[in-house]
Design a protein around this ligand. Sequence first.
Ligand SMILES: *Cc1c(COP(=O)(O)O)cnc(C)c1O
Length: 461
Amino acid sequence: MTFQAQNVNTEELVALDNVHHFHPFTNHAAMVKEGGARVITHADKAWLWDSNNRKILDAMAGLWCVNIGYGRKSLADAAHRQMLDLPYYNTFFKTTTIPAVQLAEKVASLLPERFNKVFFVNSGSEANDTIVRLVRHYWELKGQPERKVIIARHNAYHGSTMASASLGGMQHMHAQGGLPLPGIVHVQQPYWFAEGGDMSPEDFGLKAAQAVEDKIKEMGADKVAAVIGEPIQGAGGVIIPPATYWPEVQRICKEYGVLLIADEVICGFGRTGKLFGFESLGMEPDIVPMAKGLSSGYAPIGAVAIADHIMEVIDAADSEFAHGFTYSGHPMACAVALENIRILEDEKLVERVADLAPYFAEKLGSLSDHPVVGEARSFGLLGAIEIVKNKQTRERFAEEGRAGGICRDACLANDLIMRACRDTMVLSPPFVITREEIDLLVERARIALDAVYDALKGEMV
Ligand SMILES: *Cc1c(COP(=O)(O)O)cnc(C)c1O
């Protein structure tokens, strides 16, 4: 495969990167000490190449986003055409652009009938920031301004800005910047493997749902604005809730008149085998933030879909929602997202995920006989492997994240990208991955798990 940037001087690039580029979610000093970053130069379908010409199987689809796979010329063409016609115009002050209109209509058409309005942003974080302001604004207009509390879950991920990191349940993120913001509270996550103890997954799902109701009562039912959750938690470690969980949380939200928000940034646009994760998991959300899958990562764009009953209150109040971004509905990003959705539909890629899911589950499941694997689970094309010291008791190795780090490094040494969330290995391959590539992925994962076993077997008594 050829690419545009030839004659890459890796050494020089890495040296400059070390000096000038402050990477997100990175211990910078440690990265520099280890020799610096890997330079990715080009990609095709499920494969990446680095500047040393190593060919790497990307089992994460970038950061859970490149669902249609790399190397799609038609998305580059769509961006090119749009930038020549109109590279930018805003959507403030009663103006609009052709791709923004078309994408809003398209996204609404993919959602259940009650969704007809779409607000554009540039990322998942911005989508979730928008929601915090939107739901509080909504309850004020509805004459219940005291409804401000938003309930989220521990170990959730909703982004990295002040509001979205507050919604997230990552303590190490809250510790930096004085988070969470007031009025954002967290409850137990539906993580059976780590927190279910002796309970059956079904009973544990109901218990975790009960935590939502308990929190509503604790805060006061008339103070709670919304509950937010990822249908399946992604960055928390691909946490697939027991089937009892979301229908029960849904019932509780209805009972107390609390809005339900399904964060579809990862699950949306097909990853669970249906267009949206809420369809797979039994939620009926009122508001739907989305991002990653909307453009398959080819352009930065996010959106918030808003149900009619919320828009009716906003419209009736005849007031301005004082919120938006310079690049809300950016024409190039909208054109790229439209072409991404056209490909999803024309190539039936959501159906493909549903078709591949049992195969992926079976192959991934074959790793559960490994001595350090406590569970290998999947849903659609999301997967997780739990690394444990004791398969029966689900006890972890000492020093959280150490075993996961060994596994991740061993994967990379073997040209596989599989991410570690603490000691849970996570997978989110592109929808275009083939059965042969899934076989290879599992083969390489097993080699990496062997490396964990070799390094830590002395601790397994
Ligand atoms: C990645 C992610 C976000 C944040 O999206 P950014 O585009 O990184 O701001 C929000 N929610 C979920 C579920 C995510 O996985």
